[in-house]
Design a protein around this ligand. Structure first.
Ligand code: PLP
Length: 423
């Protein structure tokens, strides 16, 4: 049976295994969103309607702050994770450099999302920044010895450090607290993109010691187009958007009360139910990993091996990522899609040519293997049937993709080609 969709028929019972790209709006968030859409009032207006909208926004701010171990005044609403990352990278760079012009170095891990990497490289092209890419190990974990060496040599020239909480492709968790401990004695602000982490692993802003942290609504059951930069009041943040002076002057723009209210509901729900949901996700993920290995024995799991003890804390519970040597990830994606299984290669396409992921290349995965990458991510609505459907569809898809072979295309290095400064 198929259902009609503006883009064409889609299988009614497709197995959705791409929750890291976006996950369904929760019922409670949808209810809050729809209810608020029928109200009018700019939270900056002084009349009763405006004050009611302001109350809605402030209640959401309080609930997000409580869920994330922050103070309400530290929550700066944005239009999503990309904007919050841009504000962190550009804002902290400009803020720190203004008080100390020697601070030109932006230190980021080589496996950051493009929402962090691209603003950093833009600052190198347009604002005199020097980029330092921190290497990672074979599981995608940032090399703390390299950070220690960078700080030992250049502490007074570093404007900021940004290391993500959890990687969106391979699910690796980063040692954020250790990064903060290395940076703090030198007064270097640290930002972490926690977009994939909130709701999956414990995230406490105050306990982390971070200066700024990014959160996004649509990765945790809230709407698309709303997020926040949680930032300490004393973080040196220069505004990126100028206008009406909302959000303590750091982020101008009329506040989106419906999206913010729904975001508040979603964050509170995702954090309150995290433990129980993470256990469900990890059990399904383990089933998926074991099943893929059984059916395609030469598939290679990327990132940390899921397991017990310390390994539980090494990887997001809902993430499984494989490379299938000899197959093109895009071919696999389309073949699985036509069998009703929706997954992701995790990396970008440029001018229609599939590109190996910068994350896998930084982890030392050979380019040929990196081209056969496929990411499966689970969420609240995932079921054993979804996993079973994937396991049925995968072997013939891999066989066909291997028969089609690897498309030829330009090669790429782990360091984005427009990189400037030290590596
Ligand atoms: C780690 C990470 N950071 C940032 C973003 C961007 O967030 P948004 O889609 O809200 O702009 C994403 C989304 O894919 C992500 O996975």
């Amino acid at each position: 049976m198929t259902v009609t969709h503006p883009s064409g028929p889609v299988p009614a019972a497709a197995a959705y295994l791409d929750h890291a790209a976006t996950t369904p709006l929760s019922a409670a968030a949808r209810e809050a969103f729809v209810d608020e859409l029928s109200r009018t009032g700019n939270p900056s207006s002084l009349h009763a309607a405006g004050r009611a909208a302001r109350r809605t926004v402030e209640e959401a701010r309080e609930s997000i702050a409580a869920a994330l171990g922050a103070r309400p005044s530290e929550v700066v609403f944005t239009a999503g994770g990309t904007e919050a990352d841009n504000l962190a990278i550009k804002g902290l760079f400009w803020g720190r450099r203004t008080t100390d012009p020697r601070r030109l170095r932006i230190v980021v891990s080589a496996v950051e999302h493009h929402a962090v990497l691209d603003p950093a490289f833009w600052m190198a092209e347009h604002a005199g920044a020097e980029i330092v890419l921190l290497p990672v190990d074979g599981e995608g974990r940032v090399d703390l010895a390299a950070l220690r060496a960078e700080i030992a040599e250049h502490a007074d020239e570093i404007a900021l450090i940004s290391v993500m909480w959890a990687n969106n492709e391979v699910g690796t968790l980063q040692p954020v607290q250790e990064v903060v401990q290395l940076a703090r004695p030198h007064g270097i602000p640290v930002h972490s993109d926690a977009v994939q982490a909130v709701g999956q692993v414990p995230v406490d802003f105050a306990a982390s010691g971070l200066d700024a942290m990014t959160v996004s609504g649509h990765k945790l059951g809230g709407p698309v187009g709303v997020g926040a930069l949680v930032a300490r009041r004393d973080a040196p943040l220069t505004p990126v958007l100028h206008g009406g002076g909302q959000e303590r002057g750091v982020r101008s723009g009329t506040l989106d009360a419906p999206a913010i209210r729904a975001f508040g509901v979603a964050v509170a729900e995702a954090v309150a139910r995290r433990e129980e949901r993470a256990a469900h996700l990890a059990a399904l993920r383990d089933e998926l990993v074991a099943g893929v290995r059984e059916r395609v024995p030469d598939a290679l799991l990327s990132g940390p091996e899921p397991g017990s003890g310390d390994r539980v804390a090494a990887r997001l519970p809902g993430n499984a990522h494989f490379t299938f040597p000899g197959a093109e990830g895009d071919s696999l994606l389309y073949l699985l899609d036509s069998a009703g299984v929706q997954a992701s290669t995790g990396s970008a396409c440029q001018a229609g040519v599939p590109q190996p992921s910068h994350v896998l290349l930084a982890m030392g995965v050979p380019e040929q293997d990196a081209r056969g990458a496929l990411r499966f991510t689970l969420g609240v609505t995932s079921t054993p049937d979804d996993v079973a459907r994937l396991l049925d569809a995968l072997p013939p898809a891999v066989e066909r993709a291997r028969a089609a072979g690897l498309a030829s295309g330009p090669t790429r290095t782990a360091v984005p080609s427009r990189a400037g400064g030290a590596a």
